[in-house]
Write a protein that binds this ligand. Sequence first.
Ligand SMILES: [Zn+2]
Length: 229
Amino acid sequence: MSDNWKRYIGAENSHLVDFGLPDCDAFIHQSIKNDLTRLVEAAAEADLPMTIVSSFRSFDQQLKIWNEKWQGHRAILSRHGRRLNVDQLSNIEKYKAISLWSALPGLSRHHWGTDLDIFSKQAITDGHRVELTPEEFSNNGVCYHLNNWLNDNLQKFGFFRPYRIYQQGVSCEPWHISHISTAGKMLNDFPYEQCQSWLAKSHILDKTFILDHFEHYKEKYFLNICDSE
Ligand SMILES: [Zn+2]
């Protein structure tokens, strides 16, 4: 096997390209560029311009986020957005709370360049500070109309929302979109063994605990996604 497996876990990014649309900075998998361009242009034509607030994330970036949450240096939130006190949580409670909103390094779909977090461009222009909360995408939220448009149109452009509804794994994340065919292929070919060894060599905190829960994470969070309908 070549080093190709590294691109599944955010350890390599030579398959990625700059999206290149004005005001829509993103580093993406080259196979999604055409569909994403069509999607962004169609949203703009519907008077609901969207922008990308997060695209590719490397293993090291994800590791930093995870470890900061693990240490309590970055907020850990409950499913309803309440801030939790890390000192009062056991390892298993901490692991579950972090996994609601942040992926285990190596098992983030943001490593692939096929998955993006999107937001209303208008809301940002109007001074809204992006939080990525379910409220922003529900009734009266700044992304409410964009969300409705996505419900009706996302599929037509070859995208879906893997965290559309909460299924006891990752929280409901209506802002997270994924390219159906490219991400589907990445998931099918995913190199679990290499991912596990990469984690074992990393500086993840409480490594033994984390490695003991790798299978659990894979089943409960990584593979537990909504279907593309
Ligand atoms: Zn996301």
